[in-house]
Design a protein around this ligand. Structure first.
Ligand code: SF4
Length: 221
């Protein structure tokens, strides 16, 4: 039996037989026709029970047997998304200025950059990120551990949001950031979180030590 995350699988609720899902990494939910064809071909070839578009904008192939796992990954030729474990799970990104008339900043470009740096990074607890092109926040920034949304003046960085059984809305940490300033501040927040979190999510850390402590630790007025 495979563990969650081993060989990129997500364990399913078994009835008579243990089955798994695989959910390849699709950075920012942007996918090519060729990749979609590969996913559809693999789904047919291995007789999956369902294809599910996940909340992290991945396409999960569900109902795979253990003896099919290596073959399906070989056929897909894609990396596994980090859907489980204590790490950066996903970077949810709205269409932004690329495809939305309301966009104020290029969320796809920023999301791809964050995805490249952080997706799968091991941390004290799980972390979700979001990037939205404007304050409407279609990437659900308010319930992400770290997020950015665009305004005419730049990026607003929020921290400490989460869904879960005990939801928490994010706090604004900084506003009017340039692309470069936003990327650098996200890096500093991650470093601070690595040192100060007691295996808790960002929002719980803020509740324990206070937002003012976090701001002063990051030297933000
Ligand atoms: S957050 Fe703004 S830019 Fe992004 S999809 Fe929503 S309305 Fe468009």
């Amino acid at each position: 039996m495979l563990k969650d995350g081993e060989k990129g699988v997500i364990r399913q609720k078994g009835k008579d037989i243990e089955t798994y899902a695989v959910a390849p990494h699709i950075p920012c939910g942007v996918v090519t026709p060729a990749k979609l064809r590969k996913l559809a071909d693999a789904a047919e070839k291995y007789g999956v029970s369902a294809m599910k578009i996940t909340s992290a904008a991945r396409i999960a192939l569900i109902g795979i047997r253990e003896d099919q796992v290596d073959d399906i990954w070989r056929d897909l030729g894609m990396h596994a998304g980090h859907a489980v474990g204590l790490c950066v799970r996903s970077i949810k990104v709205c269409p932004g200025t690329s495809f939305c008339r309301l966009g104020q900043q290029d969320s796809l470009k920023m999301g791809m950059k964050l995805d490249e740096i952080y997706h799968g990074m091991v941390l004290p607890s799980k972390m979700k990120m979001g990037v939205s092109g404007c304050k409407v926040q279609c990437a659900e920034n308010c319930i992400k551990d770290i997020s950015l949304y665009g305004t005419q003046e730049g990026w607003t960085l929020q921290i400490g949001g989460n869904g879960s059984a005990k939801p928490r809305l994010a706090d604004i940490l900084a506003e009017d950031l340039s692309d470069e300033e936003a990327v650098k501040l996200v890096e500093r927040v991650i470093q601070y979180y690595k040192v100060n979190s007691k295996r808790e999510r960002m929002g719980r850390m803020i509740e324990r030590i206070g937002l003012d402590t976090v701001r002063s630790g990051l030297k933000i007025n």
